[in-house]
Ligand binder design. Structure first.
Ligand SMILES: NC(=O)c1ccc[n+]([C@@H]2O[C@H](COP(=O)([O-])OP(=O)(O)OC[C@H]3O[C@@H](n4cnc5c(N)ncnc54)[C@H](OP(=O)(O)O)[C@@H]3O)[C@@H](O)[C@H]2O)c1
Length: 381
């Protein structure tokens, strides 16, 4: 076909050729859907049989370990596939919920109860992975809840809105973790001490404030290293540093604050009764633990690191609370230097798990939550 010549009707690439190609692919999709539907129903039939056995044996319908295993296996099987992992997890969250439903007796199925609502309040919140994490946790636990990120410039009317609309709870993030306190009815002791709330729980109309960054950081650390009698260098003196430093000190760990700005660093150190030093004064030999709470190394600036590799030593345990990317340059260099490493996802998932438990009273499906966040981060990478 010469330049400027219109494609003939019916020729490949011409308008009707293109629509024939689309029709052919749609026909293929329709045939695949019919096969998928048969397989889905066969899967549900197997779940019905399992349900009968569980009822006869008096076993729980919910088996979080099995559900996490199914999701992990599918993500592995799908490696290299065209279907993004986060969509695979969403599809299977619904399929697993359907399997659970058919296993339950009608008495156990909540009859069309409205979903409990939860929000993330912050500015900005567009790239947050919290909705993926909490919605996956609700689905995996059979809890009828929905969680949405809401960009909020002013916290006071947003909290009034939560009350008026009967939200069951919320996460609070930058820049509202301090200012939200005066909008609440009660604040839990450690959140009050660090003067920051990242979680709201609605208990019969009373809004209670918690800080799960603190418990999340401590849980991520104590899974790997007992804190009592240890010494920790905390890099940073912002909101996260306050939660981490208070948390590890409460576990009997001695803390030194290293910060870029002297004023903020010295003020936090004085409040904690610990010492302040500039970042350049970090010496690995003096510490068991190094905890980065600065955003240095966070995407997109993934080539940055707060401490040069040459200043690390084998045996030091290094935790980076930056979780995007999960393997920061600091953690890569720490692993190469023979340090123990703890990634920021461990803290993020633990703080989210504590929120989930406070809101629902159910044990958090941490494996599923981690898979959902990892899939979301991979999709955004
Ligand atoms: N894994 C989790 O669950 C979790 C939870 C909360 C927060 N985080 C992450 O933690 C990080 C800090 O959050 P935040 O709320 O504490 O922030 P923040 O209140 O703004 O504090 C940031 C701290 O980092 C220091 N800093 C910032 N840029 C720096 C740079 N280029 N070089 C050296 N120091 C620098 C600041 O020092 P100056 O005082 O000198 O400004 C300040 O001490 C963020 O990346 C956040 O995503 C993770």
């Amino acid at each position: 076909m010469s330049a400027g010549e219109k494609p003939r009707s019916g020729s490949p690439g011409g308008p009707s050729g293109a629509s024939a190609d689309i029709d052919a692919q749609r026909g293929r999709i329709d045939r695949l859907d019919a096969r998928i539907l048969k397989l889905l129903n066969a899967r549900i039939a197997a779940a019905v049989r399992i349900g009968a056995i569980k009822r006869a044996q008096g076993l729980d319908v919910l088996d979080s370990g099995r559900e996490a295993h199914v999701c992990r296996r599918l993500l592995d099987l799908n490696r290299g596939g065209l279907l993004p992992g986060r969509f695979l997890l969403r599809i299977y969250a619904d399929l697993i919920a359907a399997s659970r439903d058919v296993q339950r007796t009608s008495r156990e199925i909540a009859a069309d109860a409205p979903a409990a609502r939860f929000a993330l309040l912050g500015w900005p919140v567009g790239h947050s992975v919290s909705p993926a994490m909490h919605n996956a946790a609700f689905a995996a636990s059979g809890y009828n809840g929905v969680y949405a990120a809401i960009p909020v410039r002013e916290i006071r009317p947003a909290v009034a809105g939560l009350r008026a609309l009967g939200f069951q709870g919320a996460s609070v993030t930058i820049p509202h973790k301090q200012s939200v306190i005066e909008c609440l009815d009660e604040v839990e002791q450690s959140a009050r001490r660090i003067n920051a709330v990242n979680t709201i729980v609605n208990v019969e109309g009373r809004l209670l404030g918690w800080n799960t960054d603190l418990s999340g950081a401590v849980a991520a650390l104590t899974e790997r290293i007992p804190l009592s009698g240890k010494t920790a260098a905390v890099l940073g003196a912002g909101g996260a540093a306050r939660a981490v430093a208070y948390g590890v000190m409460a576990e009997g760990c001695r803390v030194a604050i290293f910060n870029r700005g002297r004023q903020r660093g010295a003020a936090l150190a004085a409040e904690l009764g610990s010492e302040f030093r500039p970042l350049s004064a970090f010496r690995a030999e003096e510490f068991d633990l190094l905890i980065n709470t600065t955003p240095v190394g966070m995407a997109p600036a993934v080539d940055e690191t707060p401490i040069p590799a040459g200043r690390l030593r084998p045996g030091l345990v290094v935790m980076d609370i930056v979780y995007n990317p999960p393997r920061t340059r600091l953690l890569q260099e720490a692993a190469a230097a023979g340090c123990g490493v703890i990634d920021g996802l461990s803290m993020f998932i633990r703080q989210g798990a504590r929120q989930f438990e406070l809101w629902t009273g159910l044990p958090a499906p941490v494996d599923i939550m981690r898979m959902a966040v990892e899939a979301e981060l991979r999709a955004g990478a």
